[in-house]
Design a binder for this molecule. Structure first.
Ligand SMILES: [Zn+2]
Ligand SMILES: [Zn+2]
Length: 138
């Protein structure tokens, strides 16, 4: 079983992903632009059952997603590092920010999403599927 570890820049919050990732993505939505300081968000999808915060506690800022569901953005209250998205119980995965992984080089982009919010100067990877909003799941 594969295991990926990560945490924030100051070390106050640590987490672990056990099991296979359920995908990866590059999200260009406006909310992600706030979360990254301007760029799209690079995320790996951790299986919900395999994601564990192993040290400290992330602060979660909750807002409404365009689906109408509440979405929580988890970050370190000490250093501000964006960590993961606390999705609702119904979602089988949690998107985890690649920058918070101990080894971000494991990331391989698979899709671009929320392209309708992308800034004209956002870069996209040649040949990857692009979706105006959320891709259809299932
Ligand atoms: Zn921190
Ligand atoms: Zn987004």
């Amino acid at each position: 079983m594969s295991e990926i570890e990560g945490g924030c820049a100051c070390g106050a919050v640590r987490f672990k992903i056990s099991g296979e990732l359920m995908g990866t993505g590059v999200c260009h939505c406006r909310s992600c632009q706030y979360g990254t300081g301007g760029g799209p968000n690079y995320v790996v999808l951790a299986p919900r059952a395999g994601f564990t915060v192993t040290k400290g506690e992330a602060k979660i800022h909750t807002s409404k997603a365009d689906s109408g569901n509440e979405v929580g953005r988890a970050f370190c209250a000490e250093c501000g590092t964006p960590l993961y998205t606390a999705t609702g119980e119904g979602m089988p995965f949690l998107p985890v920010k690649v920058g918070a992984l101990d080894d971000p080089s494991v990331f391989q982009p698979q899709i671009h999403l929320y392209m309708e919010d992308a800034q004209p100067w956002h870069l996209t990877h040649e040949g990857l599927p692009q979706f105006p909003k959320m891709p259809p799941f299932g």
